[in-house]
Write a protein that binds this ligand. Structure first.
Ligand SMILES: [Cu+2]
Length: 155
C-alpha cells in the first residue's frame, strides 16, 4: 500500500484510478448493467490472487462473466451476495477487470461495493465509504434517474 500513498500524494484525486475501482461512475437506475471492477495494482507489490465483491441490495440478479484462469464462486445469503474470483495471478505491473452483470435498483442514489483484494496471504479491504483522503475507498456507482423510454431489459 505504501506505493499507493505516494501516488496519492503526487497525483491527488486521479490516483483513485490506481485502486480497485468501477470502470464506470454512473448508470441509469432500474437497468441491467455490466460492472467491471478494475484492479489497478497488487498489494504493496504482491500479485493479486483473489477478489471478492459484496453486492449492495441495490444490485440484484448478479451474473458474473467467466474469466479464464479464475474460479468464480457466488454466495447468496439473503440480502448480501458475494462474488469471488480465485486461483489466478495478476502481477502488480498489470491491471485487469473482473466483470459482473447486475440489475440496478430503480431508486437513484449511490451504491457502494465492498471489495476484498487478496494477494496470497495478504489482503486489502476496499471498504471505506465516506471521508476525505480515504486510503481504501469502496468502488461506488451513482444511479441516475433513467430517461423515459430507457429499456429495462438490456440483457
Ligand atoms: Cu491504489
Amino acid at each position: 500500500m505504501k506505493k499507493c500513498f505516494t501516488l496519492l500524494a503526487m497525483l491527488g484525486a486521479t490516483a483513485a484510478q490506481a485502486h480497485v475501482t468501477l470502470d464506470q461512475a454512473t448508470a441509469y437506475a432500474g437497468t441491467y448493467q455490466k460492472l467491471a471492477f478494475r484492479v489497478g495494482h497488487g498489494c504493496d507489490g504482491k500479485a493479486t490472487t483473489g477478489l471478492t465483491v459484496t453486492l449492495p441490495e441495490g444490485a440484484s440478479h448478479a451474473k458474473p462473466m467467466p474469466k479464464a484462469g479464475w474460479k468464480i464462486s457466488v454466495t447468496d445469503s439473503g440480502a448480501l451476495r458475494e462474488i469471488s474470483w480465485k486461483g489466478g495471478s495478476l502481477p502488480d505491473a498489470y491491471f485487469d477487470e473482473f466483470v459482473v452483470q447486475v440489475k440496478l435498483s430503480p431508486e437513484p442514489g449511490k451504491l457502494y461495493f465492498r471489495v476484498v483484494q487478496e494477494c496470497g496471504k495478504v489482503s486489502v479491504a476496499w471498504d471505506e465509504i465516506a471521508g476525505e483522503k480515504m486510503k481504501a475507498p469502496a468502488p461506488v456507482l451513482e444511479l441516475l434517474p433513467a430517461p423515459a423510454g430507457t429499456p429495462h431489459h438490456a440483457h
